[in-house]
Design a protein around this ligand. Structure first.
Ligand SMILES: [Fe+2]
Ligand SMILES: [Fe+2]
Length: 200
């Protein structure tokens, strides 16, 4: 842990990001960056990594569908049928590649946390859990059921918070077909089991 260093690299990334995504998405990214730094302080994660990963997590949002597909393909990453039908789902995987190539942030932990930020996954690293949660609770978010409770919970119990977020997302999606549903279901099951086990 340490104080947040708004270093030259962060500033460079912030400027490039601002030119490549919408003003609304940029405001969201700054919100996630700051919230991730706060959560990192709470849970003893590297504050500067969280700050940078939060800033960059949606950096591929400005890409066109065909650009998302070709970027992810160029890396040899698998693209599922539902991702092909809905390339927007690929912004997390594509974002991890852009973070490395365009933003010169090739840190494996940061790339991993960008890659899993939409759906989470079972047994995430602490940084992944922080970015996943910060994306959901940052100050610009509104119209989310139980948002106040989830925000409070985020600073108390990370496992419970992730289970709550996944539950909300699954209630919202309810289709049970897309990759988002499948991975979110797995993430939900893993984290709600962990919460239940800790009560035993
Ligand atoms: Fe995203
Ligand atoms: Fe986001």
């Amino acid at each position: 842990m340490g104080t947040i260093v708004i270093d030259e690299h962060y500033e460079k990334c912030r400027k490039i990001l601002k030119e490549n995504i919408s003003p609304k998405r940029y405001a969201h990214s700054i919100g996630v960056s700051n919230t991730a730094a706060c959560l990192a302080m709470r849970y003893g994660c590297d504050v500067n990594k969280a700050y940078l990963a939060g800033l960059l997590h949606d950096c591929a949002k400005g890409l066109k569908p065909e650009e998302l597909v070709s970027l992810v393909e160029s890396e040899g990453m698998e693209i599922s049928e539902s991702e092909r039908d809905n390339p927007e789902l690929l912004h997390a995987k594509a974002g991890s590649i852009l973070a490395r190539d365009k933003y010169k942030t090739g840190d494996d932990e940061i790339m991993g946390s960008i890659c899993s930020h939409t759906t989470g996954r079972p047994a995430m690293t602490l940084l992944e859990e922080i970015i996943f949660t910060a994306d959901y609770i940052e100050p610009n978010r509104t119209n989310i059921p139980n948002l106040e409770e989830i925000r409070r919970s985020a600073f108390v119990d990370m496992d419970r918070t992730i289970a709550l977020i996944c539950r909300n997302t699954l209630d919202y999606l309810k289709s049970g077909r897309s990759v988002i549903d499948k991975m979110t279901t797995e993430t939900y099951e893993y984290y709600s089991n962990r919460v239940n086990r800790s009560k035993e």
